[in-house]
Design a protein around this ligand. Structure first.
Ligand code: M6R
Length: 614
């Protein structure tokens, strides 16, 4: 999705803006652009294609301006083209604007402005914003008095319906940038005599670790030495700074060929960090930000876990853990479905939202809806201060560090481990599970990082199998129970980065239809980690072998008399945790297939890291 960067200071703005945009490439985009106030004029340089292309645009290296805004666009209204790229200007070239989000009433506003004599060059919804600001700036139609930059921006924003994070510069105000947001993230990084603006913290993490996290409907007026904050009525207020503990090298590749590979290998550390924040063997689990009591949890008659994509798959594991340890019924729902299904939610429902980015539009909307029904809401996110954490009643964090690759890996395993710890926390409060069982599960959790390290040692075997099958068109993943959850996530990884069609099925379901698709040479991947279900899944794998399938099996069981083409052995663990280990070979499998196909692993086509539109 679109990315925003801004700079005001004493250095030349354009190299900082371009570096910031390069740091945001992982979000997915089709065009890029910058606007700098240079010699009293707003200079816009933009085009479709890669951020690097900006460096070849005539005159860009001559820019000396120290204030500017920048954007990477992921097309929604209008195809990728120079005209549709941001920044957009008003007709008089007095303002330049970059915008993330969608303006729902842009047609109406465009007609209004056209009737006032404004012309439009692009097909975007964004282009109405600078023109609307100009309209209010040039005359205040209500009082016929002149209004200043901030008031003009506010008057324009008051007319907008939809979601937005907006940055505006004005030729007449060469020492300030105005920002405002609603349902789309924006942060301001505080420097020394300079300030940075970004849609995502990693964009400017190499300059500062101190951030102001802009709230919905809040305005920031950013100067070199100071930032002023205003509410939606333009009443000024103070705002606290948050210091982010991410290391700037954690947002770099550090010798790995791709971010995805680096993040796969970071999983032992990500899990160690997450576990050590909340889990002690001899003590009860402790979440400082939660104050759930036995009385409250006993009243809860159901739990919803709501998320999208990989985070939803982590939710499926969370459901098994909570139901097993606490005996509370849990429903897992996809956020975009939940919000429109008229869900049965009331004050006796606990709603848990999982989101790596904390900015997923559907998940945030589902959270707001649950709150409106009186449910308590708990967010699980990887990004401190992200939008979802500011909406929820409670928040707990995974400590995976920044995840840059579009395909989620370390966030998934950290979410799964955190869901297990949360289930233990509930069970300890409710006194539902046997203490020995909980202690054993805790020990298994502490052992996970070394078991993942052992699994990563077998990457060559996976690479070997990937080489044999990377030209295939279709693949199937099967498993039962927890292994089905792992199969769903393995299949999503493969689709996303290798563009191979794949499906995940509960192994016992194949014969009810999908087995018709099995023919000579089709690859079927079986996940077998539950000793009670292994023999049953083996029978299902035999059914596909009989029909000519090539098989890869990921297992922690000792298999005898087998006729699978490849077997990857992984360490044993508690079944509630098995997905954390079994997913690792599947992540590597997708990674190597993508590499053999020569694809862009970190930035797969059509996808974005944070999905901030519905
Ligand atoms: O940031 P979120 O966890 O809310 O993102 C949810 C999904 O968009 C995300 O998990 C997506 O499915 C990933 N690309 C999967 O690898």
């Amino acid at each position: 999705m679109c990315g925003i960067v801004g700079y005001i200071g004493n250095q030349k703005a354009h190299p900082i803006l371009i570096k910031g945009l390069l740091n945001l490439e992982y979000r997915g985009y089709d065009s890029a652009g910058i606007a700098v106030i240079d010699n009293g004029n707003i200079c816009v340089k933009k085009d479709k294609g890669r951020v690097e292309n900006l460096l070849n645009i005539e005159g860009i290296n001559d820019l000396k301006g120290t204030i500017g805004i920048a954007h990477t666009r992921w097309a929604t209204h209008g195809k990728p083209s120079k005209e549709n790229s941001h920044p957009h200007s008003d007709n008089s070239k007095n303002f330049a604007v970059v915008h993330n989000g969608i303006i729902e009433n842009y047609n109406e506003l465009r007609e209004f402005l056209k009737n006032k004599g404004y012309n439009f060059i692009s097909q975007t919804d964004t282009e109405i914003i600078p023109n609307l600001i100009h309209y209010y700036y040039s005359q205040n139609p209500k009082t016929n008095t002149e209004i200043d930059f901030l008031k003009a921006v506010k008057s324009a924003v008051d007319d907008l319906k939809g979601s937005y994070a907006i940055q505006v510069i004005c030729k007449d105000y060469p020492d300030e940038i105005i920002v405002v947001r609603k349902d789309s993230p924006l942060v301001i990084g505080k420097g020394n005599g300079e300030n940075f603006i970004a849609s995502d913290i990693p964009a400017v993490l190499s300059y500062t670790k101190d951030f102001y996290l802009l709230d919905d409907n809040e305005y920031g007026v950013i100067y070199r030495n100071v930032v002023h904050f205003f509410d939606s009525s333009l009443l000024e207020h103070n705002k606290a700074i948050k210091t982010i503990d991410w290391d700037s090298s954690s947002a770099e590749k550090c010798g790995f060929e791709d971010y995805m590979l680096k993040e796969i290998y970071e999983q032992p550390t990500a899990i160690r960090e997450t576990v050590s924040s909340y889990l002690r063997i001899e003590e009860k689990c402790n979440f400082e930000s939660l104050n759930f009591t036995k009385e409250y949890l006993s009243k809860i008659d159901k739990i919803y876990i709501i998320a999208c994509g990989t985070a939803m798959h982590a939710g499926l594991v969370g459901k098994s853990a909570i139901e097993k340890l606490c005996r509370i019924p849990v429903t897992v729902d996809i956020a975009s479905e939940f919000r429109y299904r008229d869900p049965i939610v009331d004050s006796n429902t606990l709603c848990i939202f999982i989101s790596q980015s904390g900015e997923t539009a559907d998940t945030i909307a589902a959270l707001k809806l649950s709150k409106s029904f009186g449910a308590k809401t708990l967010a699980i996110s990887n990004v401190i201060g992200s939008s979802i954490t500011r909406e929820a009643d409670y928040t707990i964090y995974t400590h995976a560090g920044p995840e840059i690759a579009v395909a989620s890996t370390k966030a998934y395993t950290s979410q799964v481990v955190l869901m297990n710890i949360l289930a233990i926390y509930f069970a300890e409060i409710l006194e539902k599970s046997n203490k020995n069982d909980l202690d054993n599960l805790k020990r298994e959790i502490f052992d996970l990082p070394s078991k993942i390290e052992k699994t990563l040692d077998d990457s060559e075997e996976i690479k070997d199998f990937a080489k044999k099958v990377y030209t295939q068109k279709d693949m199937f993943f099967i498993g039962r129970g927890m292994d089905y959850n792992t199969s769903l996530e393995g299949s999503l990884k493969l689709k996303e980065i290798s563009y191979i069609h794949s499906e995940a099925y509960p192994a016992g379901e194949l014969k009810h239809g999908p087995i018709a698709l099995i023919e000579n040479g089709v690859t079927v991947i079986g996940v077998l980690t539950d000793e009670h279900l292994t023999q049953k899944s083996i029978s299902n794998l035999q059914e596909v072998i009989t029909r000519g399938a090539r098989t890869l099996v990921i297992t922690n069981q000792v298999l005898t008399n087998i006729n699978f083409d490849y077997v990857i052995n992984i360490p044993c663990t508690n079944p509630l945790l098995s997905s954390i280990i079994a997913i690792v070979p599947l992540q590597l499998f997708s990674y190597y297939i993508s590499k053999f196909k020569g694809l862009d692993v970190d930035k797969p086509r059509n996808l974005a890291k944070s999905v901030t539109v519905e």
